[in-house]
Design a binder for this molecule. Structure first.
Ligand SMILES: C[S@@+](CC[C@H](N)C(=O)[O-])C[C@H]1O[C@@H](n2cnc3c(N)ncnc32)[C@H](O)[C@@H]1O
Length: 398
């Protein structure tokens, strides 16, 4: 034992409350369930007053230790990266231990297309040509009978007139019919995703830079980026997690899931190369997997493990408060699109943000059709789910 203290009094055993000890310098021993400290008879050992630890000398040593300063440098580098992010601030907090998320992770503002991944040429980006900023008494593209961006959006059946209703065929040409508009244009939930989209998970077609409606069009939300203040925090038992530092309204946009967009073959290669499963960072862009364009090709995959945004830290819950939706800025590009997270209900400030890794649509096919053996054979790993929800499914396949 060494110490900067020169106390040589003989001390009675002192019971530490271990939660409060930041630095230790003394002779301790265990007696039943208690940890006790006592002076040593060894003349080589400097005696200290256990009531005065940590001494200034201990603190200074600990502050200048290599491990500590390395930890501080890693943390400040990570925080610097967060501070450099555009949009509302993202903070980092860890009251559990002294770790920081890995610096191998690079924050990117948009996904990075890797070898073999192609998106439609910008000349094929189609915008709405008949819309105007002042159209429909300022309603804009919500005046959706003519907005071409909403060509493939679901028809608002409630707004069809008698004659239209009689001949309406949802699988046929729906141009000229009123469409479901994705975002609420007034009220408490102004700007939020409306219930129809929240529940039905229909693709969201936003306007784009080719459109004639102008930048103030209400059919632009995800493209404006994150507006919500976020916090990456260390959870008790699920690594890092994400929460918002403000209350969120049902349907409020959080951020997109970004990363490297890779081919299916590359995803398989990365999976095989990794010692543990990478599935939990993979997101398949398979919303339109039934389209003809996928007859000979498999959908691309977003790998968010080493590149992405703060949403990469969102943990799974069997009763989630967020959901992920498909957003297109170019209605014709159904292979490369945005994965956007929206609040699925009102969320209190600092409540952990979660989504269901086994999405409802997938759940029907995967969880119910595949047996456990098939899932293990398919290379999926089973881990214990610690979401703590009442209806927790207990296991996560990754
Ligand atoms: C996309 S990451 C989420 C961020 C992660 N917690 C971290 O520290 O980087 C997915 C990983 O988080 C952990 N995880 C997420 N939700 C979980 C849950 N409900 N139960 C147990 N582990 C979970 C698993 O280790 C999973 O592989």
């Amino acid at each position: 034992m060494s110490s900067g203290s020169d106390s040589s009094r003989s001390l009675p055993p002192y019971i530490f409350n271990t939660d409060e000890v930041d630095a230790y310098n003394g002779i301790v021993y265990k007696d039943n369930e208690s940890i006790l400290i006592r002076p040593s008879d060894d003349p080589e050992v400097t005696q200290i007053d256990s009531m005065r630890v940590p001494t200034p000398a201990m603190n200074s040593t600990s502050r200048s230790s290599r491990t500590r300063s390395a930890r501080e440098r890693i943390r400040s580098e990570f925080v610097k990266r967060l501070n450099d992010l555009p949009g509302a601030p993202v903070s980092l907090i860890n009251i559990r231990d002294e770790t920081t998320p890995s610096l191998r992770f690079t924050f990117v503002n948009e996904s990075v297309l890797r070898k073999g991944v192609e998106r439609l040429d910008s000349e094929f980006v189609a915008g709405c040509s008949k819309c105007r900023p002042d159209m429909g008494q300022g309603i804009g593209c919500e005046y959706t009978k003519i907005c071409e961006c909403l060509e493939y959006a679901d028809v608002d059946v409630g707004r069809l007139d008698e004659a239209q209703r009689k001949i309406f065929d949802p699988t046929g040409d729906t141009s000229g019919l009123p469409k479901r508009f994705p975002y609420a244009s007034s009220g408490h939930r102004q700007g939020c995703l409306v219930d129809f989209y929240l529940d039905r998970r229909a693709p969201i077609y936003e306007c784009n830079r080719q459109c004639k409606c102008g930048p103030k069009c209400k059919n632009r939300c995800v493209q404006h980026g994150r507006k919500v203040k976020l916090e990456i925090f260390k959870t008790k038992d699920r690594g890092w997690g994400l929460r918002a530092r403000e209350a969120l309204r049902k349907g409020e946009f959080l951020d997109t899931y970004r990363g490297e967009i890779i081919t299916d073959e590359e995803a398989t290669r990365r999976e095989e190369e990794a010692k543990t499963s990478k599935e939990s960072y993979f997101y398949s862009l398979d919303k339109f997997a039934d389209d003809d364009i996928f007859a000979n090709e498999k959908p691309y995959v977003v790998d968010g493990e080493l590149m992405g945004g703060p949403t990469r830290f969102i943990n799974h819950s069997c009763e989630p408060n967020c959901r992920q939706y498909t957003v297109l800025y170019n209605k014709y590009d159904r292979r490369v699109y945005e994965l956007a997270f929206f609040a699925y209900r009102d969320i209190r400030p600092s409540e952990e943000l979660t989504f269901d890794y086994l999405d409802k649509e997938e759940e029907d096919q995967e969880a119910e059709e595949l047996t456990s053996t098939q899932q293990s054979e398919g290379g999926k790993q089973q881990i214990e789910c610690k979401c703590g929800a009442q209806k927790c499914r207990k296991w996560l396949w990754m």
